[in-house]
Design a protein around this ligand. Sequence first.
Ligand SMILES: O=C(O)CCC(=O)C(=O)O
Ligand SMILES: [Fe+2]
Length: 235
Amino acid sequence: MLKDQNYYSKKYIKDGYVVIKNFFNGKEIRNFEKNLISVYSKFLNKKINKKNIHDIIQENEKNGNFDDLYKALKNYTKKKPFKSASKKLKKFSNLLFNKKFEPINSGMAIGINKSKRTSYEWHQEKPYYKDVSTIHYQFPILDLCNRSNGTMSVLVGSHNLGFIRKVENHKASKKSINSFVPKKIKQIAKKYPERFITMDVKDVVLFNENIIHRSNNNITNKVRFAGIIRLVEKR
Ligand SMILES: O=C(O)CCC(=O)C(=O)O
Ligand SMILES: [Fe+2]
């Protein structure tokens, strides 16, 4: 099914992230899709399908219907596909690191054309999970993640900087995402190369709590959906 563990852990240690190809199977992906459609239909009060979901979400974004969009997203990430995926990723992580992990959070990054509201500036995950040791997974839902739909990018090797405590809080508006941007980001970004995380459906990226990463502009007319599962090391 997968490449050997050694490859993943070496690459993760060196670069601060690694893409695992074909982690999920067709059935798991279909469950993510089905739930996405049904939850968003319910919360946005529309008959949604795989085709029209993009226009409907963009319309809601344009109309400032941020509360319903947020409710849909929150509800979705608590559904069964996320629970099953968390279990699978937990097993995988325990083997990979020879440690014991537990799910700590799930979420979804959503990239909408012409909107910066839901996009993150450069940040580490560490400030959000200060007192624990965490690992992070992200994976495409419905469609692939690539540079044109604004997939996340990372500063390769920047996890070696450790927890950067000097950060600035960037939040464009009350209902925008909050990013903890390292104060010295300009210098840091010169030192570590930026790489865009491209993933096909079924792939997943594993990334370090200290790697610096961000969202990018979605220049397509489709929404980017990226599921997120975060695990914490049991002590
Ligand atoms: O994919 C994105 O837009 C960024 C997501 C992110 O920061 C994360 O998954 O921690
Ligand atoms: Fe993040």
